[in-house]
Design a protein around this ligand. Structure first.
Ligand code: ZN
Length: 423
């Protein structure tokens, strides 16, 4: 491996989804100490592993060699509300119609985590989970305040790549928050646990490429959005007082992900991701995804159970209502779970008897029994948000968060050609 490749690989490792936990471990910090943890987080966010000329050089060369044929259409699966995990609608439209759909929703009003959710994927039965996601049709990256998008747009324009960028709901002056969508030259197969791993690996590499080209600080684009099941929200404003979210779209070339990967160092897939996929696929859960039966049965799932489920870190059911989970601090364990192993019974959650039904957590490693809030803090924030929404709904069926989204009734819900149900 040449020196630039080594630096690229190092930057990727320093920005992956376990990087912050390893950073904490390297400082010998106790994760249960919220004050030191917050201080460490700020320090971590100010690191700049992606602002390295060698890394950017590898990234630019790889992207220049990954320019595919012109974009025509894009296939998505759309859920009318993010708390729906079934009933996804297959939608096919031209790239221009996809942009028009985003423009329409950019004017809509939706509270954080509410409104329409979609996935740039082909889904076999409309169930929002990895097992039902057959192919990915686009790469979407999420930036949450680690830099703005102008540098990246300049690179994309110079290479003639097609992209759709939009500000997210929480964007504000001085704290840019945005997403970028790159249509793929060919659908990426995610129909088996092994191919899901390949997608996560490809996602990690592409995230590093675009993060370096955008000149982002800290971890750059969010590393926790690499699952094919991840729901994406078009950018809608949070209230009528906000201006409509900005949407920019360019036509041009698709992203040839295979060509991009071929120009990068061999993929480094983090152990955490391997355990999640391979472990869950062998744990005897229903074939349609990591969703234990209790989530849909009479017994209300605890907030922790929903959060581990949304994060894809729930393992098998144990005795007495306990569930095995992947420890969010696995990388800090003296002996982290090696790849290929499922969640073991040394880290568990259990239902609680209190009315709040938050659940309990215990890890036989050094983690002990931190509070529910500390555990939630260590899980991907988006997964926790969805879990909280589902938890509210489960407790108070009559109080389901409505209306989800306010759209002028004269507008169609989706552009006609995007609406896969047909009219
Ligand atoms: Zn642990």
């Amino acid at each position: 491996m040449n020196a630039e490749f080594a630096r690229f690989a190092a930057a990727q490792a320093q920005t992956d989804r376990q990087a912050f936990n390893r950073f904490l471990a390297s400082k010998g910090l106790n994760v249960a100490d919220a004050v030191s943890k917050e201080r460490a987080k700020q320090e971590f966010m100010s690191l700049t592993p992606l602002l390295d000329d060698g890394v950017a050089g590898v990234a630019h060369q790889a992207l220049a060699g990954a320019v595919g044929p012109p974009v025509t259409s894009i296939t998505s699966t759309v859920w009318k509300r993010v708390d729906m995990t079934h009933g996804g609608i297959p939608c096919v439209g031209t790239w221009a119609e996809y942009g028009a759909w985003h423009l329409m929703l950019a004017q809509a009003v939706a509270a954080k985590g509410e409104g329409i959710a979609y996935s740039p994927s082909v889904n076999r039965d409309g169930h929002r989970c990895n097992a039902s996601t057959v192919q990915m049709t686009a790469l979407i990256l999420d930036d949450d305040g680690t830099g703005d998008w102008f540098t990246l747009w300049a690179v994309l324009m110079s290479l003639g790549l097609a992209a759709l960028g939009h500000r997210s709901g929480g964007h504000r002056e001085g704290l840019p928050k945005w997403r970028m969508v790159f249509p793929l030259a060919a659908p990426f197969d995610t129909s088996t646990p092994e191919s899901v791993l390949a997608w996560r690996s490809a996602y990690a590499s592409a995230r590093t490429v675009f993060g370096a080209l955008a000149g982002l600080v800290g971890p750059g684009f969010d590393p926790a959005t690499d699952g094919p099941h991840h729901p994406w929200y078009p950018g809608s404003r949070r209230s009528l007082a906000d201006s409509p979210r900005e949407v920019l779209q360019t036509h041009g070339a698709t992203l040839n992900l295979a060509a991009l990967l071929a120009r990068l160092p061999p993929p480094l897939l983090h152990q955490g991701a391997v355990q999640r996929e391979v472990g869950l696929s062998h744990s005897g859960l229903p074939p349609r995804g990591p969703l234990p039966a209790s989530l849909e049965g009479d017994q209300a799932a605890s907030l922790l159970e929903l959060a581990f489920s949304e994060a894809g870190m729930l393992g098998r059911r144990l005795r007495e209502g306990k569930l095995a989970v992947i420890c969010p601090w696995n990388q800090s364990h003296t002996t982290p779970l090696p790849s290929g192993l499922e969640a073991s019974s040394s880290t568990i959650i259990w239902p609680s008897t209190s009315a709040a039904n938050l659940g309990g957590f215990s890890c036989a490693h050094s983690c002990g029994s931190p509070s529910v809030e500390l555990v939630l803090d260590a899980l991907p924030s988006d997964a926790v948000w969805r879990a909280r929404q589902r938890h509210i709904g489960a407790d108070r069926p009559g109080a389901r968060f409505s209306p989800r989204i306010e759209i002028d009734p004269r507008l169609p819900l989706l552009p006609v050609h995007l609406n896969g149900l047909g009219h």
